[in-house]
Design a protein around this ligand. Sequence first.
Ligand code: SF4
Ligand code: SF4
Length: 288
Amino acid sequence: MEIAVISGKGGTGKSCFSAAFATLKHKVVLADCDVDAANLFILFNPEIIEEKIYISGQKAIINQSKCTRCGICIDYCRFDAISYKEYQVVINETSCDGCKLCTRICPSMAIDLINSDKSKMFSGNFRNGKMVYGRLAPGEENSGKLVSLVREKAREIAKANHLDTIIIDGPPGIGCSVISSLTGVNHAVIISEPSLSGLSDLKRTLEIVSKFNIKTWVIINKYDLNKDVANDIFNYCHDNNIILVGKIPFSSDIVTAMVHCQSIIEYAPYSNIALEIERIYNMIIDEQ
Ligand code: SF4
Ligand code: SF4
């Protein structure tokens, strides 16, 4: 069974829920698919067994011994990645899209493309099972493909170790990496927050999830910070036949748990919040 924990935007507490689900009872495979900002490895400090370079694309580089500084490539680059710097023509690798145009128009054949190889995928052991995560280097692209690789690896590990649950910490938003995180999962758990933008993000996320045939659950995190909007979310879910599986109050314990590199389940296992998250999780996994 694969459970994807997602949210319409960052900062809703999505990773706190993924971490909590991953530390409840039985051993799991935890796949951190938030490849632009993976953070669960900080919390769980996994023992890395395998580290793989992920080629996310290509970048242009200039051979300075061939470059005549004619500036033609500067004019042609649509991404403004090329500029003069200290009497040289240089390429900003973060801005370069790897479109190859400059390699074709350079009269001196001074530009080549090289693989972007700073992104990586890691896998190993964490204290409640196995863990896989990807880290996309700043400026590198194809996050959706890296998410697919992380999920593929998670499935391979689950099969090899007879683990039947994969918890996916998905990326925030509604981009292609979210779609890669959702494809083929059994359950999508959407973490929402009680604000007007939170409600609007929830609607957009539900629109994406509705394109898949996935059992969908909504949790309102920190619902007591704005009970009126929390009520609007409740009504929206009710009117659209979406299961609002639980609402969690604000608690500084969740923050303190994170500071101690623990999930709330590990930090305060008998707290009301931990027990409520456990109830929610049991309800989800009981619904096959
Ligand atoms: S087009 Fe080629 S020779 Fe001209 S500035 Fe660019 S890299 Fe240098
Ligand atoms: S490959 Fe494309 S984006 Fe990159 S520097 Fe050349 S023209 Fe610009």
